[in-house]
Design a protein around this ligand. Structure first.
Ligand code: G6P
Length: 369
């Protein structure tokens, strides 16, 4: 068993550390030799079929759903096609408007989640084309979808998903760029810039992992609380949703992820002296607004742990502790900013003496609806 964990104490930690490799493998030959564009030979859709897409529905459960929330921003920003992201167990029951011009993207690490599979079948019954993003070649989802982008994260054993989520993000970046190339929504120079920034991500993740001791210190403080908040705006909001889920899954600490601007509409009532708030502030255009929201919780006694980009000097002045991630394009930050949150959950779970890899009540793959 120790050998399988390659010297790590838990599968989760091993899988967190495997992310640079998972990013490289998922990008692999999908970036052409010039390093300037994306090649997705596995996509059978013709350029005409891609041009006919009127809307995209992304459907998934759990952590894969959170990847799908980022996927929505990625596709809308790169390809300018309207996207909705749904939890699979809700999707079928809300009579979604699915037409043959709808592309339904199902995201599933295992490819066997019952609700996701049922959503895929519903989409096909309504004539939509289905693209699967999955980590398991030959899974039910992979077999039934029209097109498949495999995430090459390798087997994920820990119940709490880490490298599968980030590989799903990489798959969305690649697919978004592919759509942009086909539709002409972004020019070649822009695409080349994003591709080059994507290729720098693995080394940047390694840089974050090298500072895991800092996160461990924060996790040990967090582990003594029973309640905390995560806040962020835009993509940061979607990343903190994943951070909060991860923390709940393995530390059993209650937390809520809030869109920072929405706090004042209710949740602010729960902020009291000493409560930890984890604030993600990596999105330059939203930075000032996030800082105002941080000041709102600080004024009510919260202890704020802020995550920002290297080189940004303001956040340190308003929060109690800061952690910097390497700078990248705003669209790509989720692939970096989630890493300290994964480490935070891991070390908080460890500090509480929980079974990190096998949390109570949860299963790796849920094959009942
Ligand atoms: C379970 C797992 C989660 C996972 C979700 C979806 O609940 O515990 O970690 O995100 O299923 O799994 P999938 O295999 O479809 O990505």
């Amino acid at each position: 068993v120790t050998a399988e964990k390659a010297g790590f104490d838990h599968f989760m930690l091993k899988e967190i550390y495997e992310q640079p490799k998972a990013y490289r493998d998922t990008m692999g030959s999908r970036i052409d030799a010039t390093g300037k564009k994306v090649v997705l030979n596995e996509i059978g859709m013709t350029p005409e079929q891609i041009k006919a897409i009127r809307n995209v529905h992304i459907v998934a459960c759990g952590t894969a759903y959170h990847a799908g929330l980022v996927g929505k921003s990625v596709i809308e920003s790169l390809a300018r096609i309207p996207v909705e992201t749904d939890v699979a167990s809700e999707y079928r029951y809300r009579s979604p408007i699915i037409t043959p011009q709808t592309l339904v993207i199902v995201v599933s690490q295992s490819g066997e989640t019952a609700d996701t599979l049922a959503a895929l079948r519903e989409a096909k019954r309504n004539g939509a084309r289905v693209l699967a993003i999955t980590n398991v070649v030959g899974s039910s989802v992979a077999r039934e979808a029209d097109d498949v982008i495999v995430t090459w994260a390798g087997p994920e054993i820990a119940v709490a998903s880490t490298k599968a989520y980030t590989s799903q993000l990489i798959a969305f970046y690649l697919f978004g760029l592919y759509l942009a190339q086909t539709l002409g929504t972004k020019d070649e120079a822009y695409i080349a810039d994003v591709v080059s920034a994507l290729q720098e991500l693995p080394a940047k993740v390694e840089h974050i992992l090298a500072q895991s001791e800092t996160i461990k210190g924060v996790a040990e403080q967090v582990s003594t609380h029973n309640n905390l908040f995560f806040i962020g705006r835009g993509l940061d909001y979607h990343v903190v949703m994943e951070g909060s889920l991860k923390l709940k899954e393995i530390s059993y600490i209650h937390s809520e992820a809030y869109a920072a601007g929405e706090l004042k509409h209710g949740t602010l009532a729960l902020i009291e002296e000493g409560i930890p708030v984890i604030a993600l502030a990596t999105q330059g255009d939203l930075f000032e607004k996030t800082v105002s929201n941080i000041k709102e919780v600080k004024a009510r006694g919260a202890h704020v742990f802020g995550i920002h980009e290297e080189g940004e000097a303001e956040l340190a002045k308003v929060v109690d502790q800061v952690f910097a991630i390497p700078a990248t394009l705003p669209l790509l930050t989720p692939a970096l900013s989630v890493v300290p949150l994964q480490l935070l959950s891991y070390y908080a779970s460890l500090a509480r003496g929980n079974d990190v890899d096998k949390p109570r009540n949860l299963a790796k793959s849920v094959t009942v609806e």
